[in-house]
Write a protein that binds this ligand. Structure first.
Ligand SMILES: Nc1nc2c(ncn2[C@@H]2O[C@H](COP(=O)(O)OP(=O)(O)OP(=O)(O)O)[C@@H](O)[C@H]2O)c(=O)[nH]1
Ligand SMILES: [Mg+2]
Length: 304
């Protein structure tokens, strides 16, 4: 009996690729139906590959959220772009997100060009259709399909969920036959302590996006389950300079207090228990040139 089930199941990987800010992480959360990756209006939010898992009929889909692909300058950026393309090459299907409001700008064009080397079936997802007129969408869909042979085109809003279930259904049918790799109720492969660190980074970005360069990172140092059923979490926010540390603290500690309160609330919701969150801010000069930090984020360290 068990064998028969295995014969009928499908399972595979879908890479979500696109320019920074196209909405890949928002879409991943909508596809999975739960927050598994962080989102912000700032570009280059996602740094490493994050997996979200969804079940559609007899298929298990493992979605891989990738960092936005852009012209990399710094070392951290190069690591992110390499990671995004390797996510595409390792997947069974590649879903290419284009921000329909921005259309085929230079970044989108560069991605379409890069897709020539990708052999897997490709789907075009025109995102943010809640912001764009229908006529413009049709023109855009045509122009993109003239450049790349997409096996399917979908018009979606990752934010409202419009069109997302059609796309998920189509992707499920493209998954190769095989047993499921994860238990049916698992939604992410990231450990909770890693997601908790990402949530704090998201709050940090939301609050301080103008003042803070994106080279700041958050690590969960300790995670202790207490006897009363709550959890005590300690995290460190690393910045590159003393001036940035002051920004994160804010006047009289106001900024870090607000960031901590928002993060604590959301982490408690995901951990499903009360959370005591302790945040520390440290200066770690040149962390973005330290190989150890890249390993911690699941990225390869580029030598140059
Ligand atoms: N109106 C609208 N906004 C959207 C939609 N999808 C995403 N956004 C917004 O676009 C911004 C970027 O979304 P993200 O999901 O972080 O984008 P991303 O592609 O993961 O970005 P990086 O990780 O930086 O590459 C956020 O402010 C989202 O709320 C959509 O369908 N409609
Ligand atoms: Mg992202």
């Amino acid at each position: 009996m068990a064998e028969q089930v295995a014969e009928n199941t499908r399972c595979g990987f879908v890479a979500l690729i696109g320019a920074p800010n196209a909405g890949k992480s928002t879409l991943l959360n909508t596809l999975v139906g739960s927050k598994v990756t962080i989102v912000s209006h700032k570009v280059q939010t996602t740094r490493a590959l994050v997996r979200g898992i969804a079940v559609e009929g007899s298929a298990q889909l493992i979605f891989v959220d990738t960092p936005g692909i852009f012209a990399p300058k710094r070392r951290l950026e190069r690591a992110m772009v390499t990671s995004a393309w390797s996510g595409a090459h390792d997947a069974d299907v590649v879903a290419v997100l284009i921000d329909a409001r921005r259309g085929l700008d230079d970044e989108a064009e560069a991605i379409l060009t890069g897709l020539a080397d990708v052999r897997q079936p490709k789907a075009l997802l025109l995102n943010k259709i809640d912001l764009v007129e229908r006529e413009k969408l049709l023109v855009l869909a045509q122009a993109a399909n003239d450049r790349v042979g997409f096996a399917g085109t979908f018009m979606i809003s990752a934010l409202t969920g419009d069109g997302v279930s059609d796309a998920r259904h189509w992707l499920a049918e493209k998954m190769p036959p095989g047993p499921w790799l994860y238990p049916p109720d698992q939604m992410s492969d990231a450990p909770l302590r890693q997601l908790a660190a990402e949530i704090t980074r998201e709050k940090l970005f939301h609050r301080l996006h103008q003042e803070l360069p994106y080279q700041s990172t958050v690590e969960t140092d300790s995670w202790k389950e207490l006897r009363d059923g709550s959890v005590r979490i300690e995290q460190t926010i690393y910045v590159e300079r003393e001036s940035q540390r002051k920004i994160v603290l804010g006047k009289g500690g106001a900024a870090i207090k607000a960031i901590g309160a928002e993060a604590r609330k959301e982490i408690a919701g995901i951990a499903e228990k009360p959370v005591h969150l302790f945040l520390f801010v440290k200066v770690r000069e040149g962390w973005s040139d330290d190989p150890e930090r890249y390993r911690g984020m699941g990225l390869e360290f580029p030598k140059e």
